[in-house]
Design a protein around this ligand. Sequence first.
Ligand SMILES: NC(=O)c1ccc[n+]([C@@H]2O[C@H](COP(=O)([O-])OP(=O)(O)OC[C@H]3O[C@@H](n4cnc5c(N)ncnc54)[C@H](OP(=O)(O)O)[C@@H]3O)[C@@H](O)[C@H]2O)c1
Length: 338
Amino acid sequence: MTDGRIATARLGTTGPEVGVQGLGCMGMSFAYGPADAKESRATLERALELGVTLFDTADAYGRGENEKFLSPFFRVNRDAVVIATKFALSIPPDEPTRRIIRNDPPYIRQAVEASLKRLDVDVIDLYYMHRRDVNVPIEETVGTMADLVREGKVKHLGLSEVTAGELRAAQAVHPIAAVQSEWSLFSRDIEANVVPAARELGVALVPYSPLGRGFLTGSFTNADKDLTADDVRRQQPRFTGENAAANVALLEPVRTVAEAHGASLGQIALAWVQQQESVHGLPVVPIPGTRKPTRVAENARAATIELTKDELALLEPIAEQVAGDRYADMTFASAGRE
Ligand SMILES: NC(=O)c1ccc[n+]([C@@H]2O[C@H](COP(=O)([O-])OP(=O)(O)OC[C@H]3O[C@@H](n4cnc5c(N)ncnc54)[C@H](OP(=O)(O)O)[C@@H]3O)[C@@H](O)[C@H]2O)c1
């Protein structure tokens, strides 16, 4: 940290320079219960002051509402922010638990125009395919995304929850700046194939849900009891019932390390993710999500915490003991297709 601002990293060989920690903006409009717009706006401002420059959204978050919510902030700070958004996923209003995935060229073309309009910008800095539609060859999808770069609508390309094979095929069509996949003390499946492929290809990792959707901070212990009826965590097996009860016990080593550093549980969870950069030898820029200015500052401070070898060893066994998958249908994640 210099002048209270976090350090920077480059996303992939050809990607943009960003703060080593980004901000996940999804919860400001979607997924995790009601949000206070004023507090969310203050969170965005505070993030930027701290050197957080990568702001993550998607057209699916609140069916476009999240992109619209962020657009005034982006307009005022256009040169200081790196705007990342995504296409491929939609949620029918009458079926909130259903996910429709499309990767075909006509869909991508209409999706990018709609995102540019809602964001009210001329160009998207980092455009991700949010989910893989296995019915469309990835070369065709990335070929269309590459056309968007040539046309000046998009600057850099990213892929979310792709397998190592999909990443290799995509990179053969156009440089990929970043893979965005779940990576945390609780979710480490990408370390088997995706992380080594990204390192080899010069692609950065952008871990989403690095706080285990809040569970790793200790802020809730059971989604059924602690969270509102519309909270998506109530659909995720590891946060409910017996699984949640078993998983709370896994936070004990995180608590031990937190006490040694005078830090919060969340800061240790984030420090662990940040440190995967040196463990695996590739740029790692997590995007913790929060709607609170105090929390964004707490999270940014985690970028300066260094865990010792012994502490990493203490945290090592947690992931393999987690009860419950990260999605009810694991084909939604790359690990379900590998
Ligand atoms: N590519 C994908 O498929 C995908 C999937 C999921 C998410 N994402 C992206 O990744 C971002 C981050 O993931 P996420 O939001 O799912 O999970 P996360 O970052 O692991 O956790 C977010 C949760 O933790 C809470 N939290 C944050 N900082 C905290 C702190 N210091 N102390 C206590 N609680 C804290 C937040 O509550 P408050 O907001 O109330 O602070 C929120 O409930 C999202 O915003 C989204 O942009 C992408």
